[in-house]
Design a protein around this ligand. Structure first.
Ligand SMILES: [Zn+2]
Length: 237
């Protein structure tokens, strides 16, 4: 039976499909990138089969264990980089959802190893700065993809307790306490990168949110996640 048809997964699968569509609609993912959610059964998560996120439907959702092995006898082709999700879920019990993408404005920051910092309240979740993942330290010269468990572990270590990790020469990975929050964070990570670049072109030092301002803004944003989510949901084709 497809995972979407099991009663304890149906609602979560539907939300995951919406998350895929919203991220695609906002240009956070295109033909590439993926979003996952922790499944109710311990040690497993839901992720689409290898497919462009904008075309994902409920029937495409698969379930994996944290080693990246497909469960439920599913033999369809998975994403090569599913190890990003499994190893972060394993390392971070607080994380319920993971978004991996190559959204354009974050790429320069990974390349020059400059952290994103919260320029405004919407991106307060960035906290004291984004984390940095150097794949060369973990795997030497690679094709830049997190295509095995060892690279997934190294990425999760680089993310540490952060909410955003920039992946040099590749993209970024964003985590959240829910699908809605991870999607929100992925969208505003891209937005913050764009704004941070604009601010850096103006005269004068940039005044980022202080840690305390960040904590307070994050707390209020948590209470209003529903609003953008419902709007984004309506706007998807
Ligand atoms: Zn990637």
């Amino acid at each position: 039976m497809p995972i979407a048809d099991t009663p304890d997964h149906r609602a979560l699968v539907d939300t995951l499909v919406v998350a895929n569509r919203i991220l695609a609609h906002h240009g956070i993912v295109d033909g590439f990138g993926h979003v996952s959610v922790r499944a109710p059964q311990a040690g497993s998560f839901l992720l689409s089969r290898s497919l462009a996120p904008g075309t994902v439907t409920a029937a495409d959702i698969m379930r994996f264990d944290f080693d990246g092995t497909a469960l439920d006898g599913d033999t369809r082709a998975p994403y090569l980089e599913r190890f990003i999700h499994g190893e972060i879920f394993r390392a971070r019990p607080d994380v319920m959802s993971v978004v991996h993408n190559h959204s354009p404005s974050v790429i320069p920051y990974g390349a020059v190893r400059q952290p994103l910092k919260p320029l405004y309240h919407m991106s307060a979740f960035i906290g004291s700065g984004s984390k940095h993942f150097e794949i060369r330290d973990a795997g030497g010269n690679t094709d830049m993809l997190v295509r095995n468990a060892a690279l997934g572990v190294a990425l999760a270590q680089s993310l540490a307790d952060g909410s955003v990790v920039l992946m040099r020469g590749h993209g970024c990975t964003v985590v959240g306490e829910s699908l809605e929050q991870a999607v929100y964070r992925a969208i505003y990570t891209e937005m913050n990168a764009r704004l941070q670049l604009q601010a850096s072109q103006l005269e004068g030092p940039i005044e980022f949110l202080s840690d305390e301002e960040g904590r307070r803004s994050s707390a209020s944003n948590r209470g209003t996640l529903e609003r953008p989510w419902e709007l984004w949901k309506k706007s998807i084709p």
